[in-house]
Design a protein around this ligand. Structure first.
Ligand SMILES: [Zn+2]
Length: 435
């Protein structure tokens, strides 16, 4: 391997760090921070008045106070030198489908088109991006990799740094002051894109369907603004939004598939079972019906599992019922649980047999070798995408690339049917690719 020199910031241009950024300033020659009663930074038009008719925007206060006497300095990013031989340090072998997808993305970028990488969970989408990032670096272009949650950024950032050891990589997320410098690759939470204008030639958005991106017009606006005029977007998702699906179906969005997981097995399909009174289970003294029979089987097989429930009030009653009737030991987790991380670690290390959880664990958690039961899968809190993500928890390891995904419901439900359909669609794609 080539000798790696530490990447460092080299510039004789003192303003280089401002390129592509939105910087608040007092200089009246710049763009007014509040224009037509609207905050230039976040687009909000519900402003508040302080005094002397001075207005400020309460909406984006976490980024600094935007007031009507301030201005934004805007400098388009001017790119990086082209490089035929950048110091790239990733050397893994891509699978056939990963190679194909990365070539297709590079092709889209060369045609100045946006691209969707539709990748099942556990397919190795990050590796697939390496040749794409390499090609963009060679062209002297600047890249942002944005993810919805800090934990995803923290996982992604060291992998990118290791793969591109000769390239400047900056990591940005809310709540932590980092020393900003103009890096060729910036890994950040989606919110951080708000700080840029005309900044990036390529923005890769991970989990584009995930909170907070999916619900926020403001963030979509920020993405468009952070992108250079002739820049491109690459969307990554296991469960694309309806908007992206529509574009894909209308053949208006170039799309590549990673339909197989890294171990080349198919996604486990959701099995359906019925229990007519699952809603009342939490009020009962004992477990009953299909759920009870399934846990009996799991205990007999020493099979560890996740039990998804639709609401927080079901967690404790179900835990008590299972503990009173079975030897298996477990914990409950939900979004407000302060010990959530510790409990997931207990499960990962095999110190407990099961977790009862709300949809909070639908994404991002890899627990090798588990089965999954979704109890009350016809509840409104389980939509199609949540069900597909939950199914994606199963079969993640090479040792056990399969497993049970069981949805227990009262009545046949459209979201469950749609989820099964989409898993079938991806599995059909996977088979086509390997024929
Ligand atoms: Zn604002």
């Amino acid at each position: 391997m080539d000798k790696i020199t530490e990447p460092h910031y080299q510039s004789t241009d003192v303003n280089a760090d401002l390129q592509g950024r939105l910087v608040l300033t007092n200089e009246a020659t710049q763009t007014p921070a509040i224009q037509h009663n609207r905050c230039y930074f976040c687009g909000n038009n519900r402003l508040e008045t302080i005094n002397n008719n001075l207005k400020y925007c309460p909406n984006c206060i976490e980024f600094g106070r935007v007031t009507s006497d301030k201005f934004f300095q805007i400098n388009q990013d001017r790119g990086f030198p082209k490089s035929d031989n950048p110091q790239v340090t990733w050397d893994g072998q891509l699978t056939k489908q990963q190679r194909q997808a990365s070539l297709e993305i590079i092709d889209s970028i060369s045609q100045n088109k946006d691209h969707l990488l539709w990748a099942v969970t556990g397919a190795g989408k990050t590796e697939t991006l390496f040749p794409v990032i390499e090609a963009v670096i060679k062209a002297g272009k600047r890249i942002a990799l944005a993810a919805p949650r800090i934990d995803v950024v923290l996982e992604l950032s060291p992998r990118i740094k290791a793969a591109f050891a000769g390239i400047q990589v900056l990591t940005m997320y809310g709540g932590v002051e980092v020393e900003y410098f103009r890096a060729q690759i910036t890994v950040m939470t989606t919110h951080q894109l708000m700080k840029f204008q005309d900044g990036f030639d390529l923005i890769i958005i991970d989990e584009v369907d995930s909170f907070p991106f999916v619900s926020s017009e403001q963030l979509e606006f920020a993405v468009q603004r952070a992108l250079k005029l002739n820049g491109n977007l690459v969307y990554l998702s296991a469960t694309p939004t309806e908007k992206l699906l529509k574009l894909y179906k209308a053949k208006k969005l170039n799309t590549s598939f990673l339909a197989r997981r890294f171990h080349t097995r198919l996604l486990p399909q959701i099995k359906v079972a019925y229990q007519s009174d699952w809603q009342t289970q939490k009020d009962k003294k004992k477990l009953h019906g299909r759920l009870k029979r399934e846990i009996e089987k799991l205990e007999k097989d020493h099979q560890r599992f996740l039990l998804f429930v639709p609401t927080v009030d079901m967690l404790e009653p179900l835990l008590k019922q299972i503990h009173s009737e079975f030897k298996m030991r477990g914990e409950t987790v939900w979004s407000g649980d302060e010990k959530r991380k510790e409990k997931v670690i207990l499960m990962r290390e095999g110190k407990i047999d099961f977790l009862i959880t709300t949809t909070i664990l639908e994404r991002g958690v890899t627990l090798p070798g588990i089965d999954v039961i979704i109890f009350g899968a016809d509840h409104i809190n389980f939509n199609k995408n949540a069900l597909i993500q939950i199914a994606g928890r199963v079969g993640r390891s090479l040792d056990r690339p399969y497993g049970l995904v069981l949805a227990i419901l009262e009545v046949k439900n459209r979201q469950v049917v749609q989820a099964i359909k989409q898993i079938n669609f991806m599995n059909k794609k996977a088979k086509e690719m390997y024929e």
